[in-house]
Design a protein around this ligand. Structure first.
Ligand SMILES: Nc1ncnc2c1ncn2[C@@H]1O[C@H](COP(=O)(O)OP(=O)(O)OP(=O)(O)O)[C@@H](O)[C@H]1O
Length: 289
């Protein structure tokens, strides 16, 4: 799917500004950003529930979605919902196709219960299954786990990832729970004020953010000239410090410093997590050294 220079203006505010990106079937893309960053607006445009905007979206003819609260009928059972929404899509609901998913989400045994007896988390899970009913090529899920406890949301997301791989569905998912997003996403987009501020890819290898403090500027300069440990995020000639993003383990870093004959006066390392990248990017804390 190609999202091509989208701008969305509401009467009082610009929600999206010339935003572009591409995502593929089978890929899981996370969307994070503060309140009002434009996440829901972007998802509604992809799901075609907002149709007036500038720019274009290509390849979004088959999109399932769960945006805001799932629209459910309290007096109908879970199964009645699945049949009803399948019918809307022109299909007959075949429970055998969804049995594995429903069981893994712990919904299978409560399908004959009325939805008013469901917890909020169960309603969200049912909403996720409904979004997948039409065999879509893509689904967009706006905070699908916000009513779930930590354990449930991790379980649900793992199942979603499994289904996305099995059915080759592209998933765009937003959440304020950064740990959730980090667990399942191949790629994460940071949205702020209607534009993509940063894109992060999470590899299977551990990544670290190193902060090194040198005794003098000459040592810092030598290090910068020779280092191939990773990407320099920030360096300061005032404090003789540097921040680097790397996959190198500490022992490797120390070996390298030994080879250069440089001694540090301070060294800290933290694992690169979505939370610290988000804090760094959105709050500008990369520049706190
Ligand atoms: N129907 C609307 N009418 C007018 N302005 C709107 C409307 N929907 C959203 N906005 C504005 O557009 C901007 C983006 O809102 P949006 O809901 O897309 O952000 P969001 O990232 O999903 O936020 P949240 O995390 O709070 O759900 C905000 O400034 C919001 O006030």
């Amino acid at each position: 799917m190609l999202i091509n220079s989208i701008t969305k203006q509401y009467s009082r505010s610009v929600a999206l500004k010339e935003l572009s990106f591409e995502f593929k079937q089978g890929e899981i893309v996370g969307l994070v950003g503060s309140n009002g960053a434009g996440k829901s607006t972007l998802m509604k445009i992809i799901a075609q529930t907002i149709q007036i905007f500038n720019g274009s979206v290509e390849g979004n003819s088959s999109v399932g979605y769960l945006i805001e609260e799932p629209k459910l009928f309290s007096d109908k059972t879970g199964l009645a919902h699945l049949s009803y929404f399948s019918k809307i899509y022109g299909n007959k609901f075949k429970i055998s196709e969804y049995e594995e998913l429903l069981k893994s989400l712990q919904l299978f045994d409560v399908l004959d219960k009325k939805v008013k007896k469901y917890s909020l988390g169960m309603k969200q899970k049912l909403g996720i299954v409904i979004s997948l009913l039409n065999n879509p090529s893509y689904v967009v899920l706006d905070e699908p786990t916000n009513s779930m406890d930590i354990e449930t949301s991790l379980e649900v997301l793992q199942q979603l990832k499994k289904m996305a791989n099995k059915w080759n569905v592209g998933v765009l998912i937003s959440s304020h729970k950064l740990e959730d997003i980090e667990t399942i996403c191949d790629r994460i987009l940071f949205l702020e004020k209607g534009t993509i501020l940063e894109e992060q890819q999470f590899s299977n290898k551990n990544q670290y953010i190193l902060k090194l403090a040198f005794d003098n500027y000459a040592d810092l300069a030598t290090f910068i000239d020779h280092q191939e440990l990773g990407r320099i995020i920030h360096s300061s000639e005032k404090t003789n410090t540097i921040k680097i993003e790397t996959t190198a383990e500490n022992t490797e870093v120390f070996q390298f410093l030994n080879q250069l004959g440089i001694k540090l006066i301070d060294f800290t390392t933290e694992k690169k997590t979505l939370r610290n990248i988000y804090m760094n990017k959105v709050r500008g804390e990369y520049h706190d050294i």
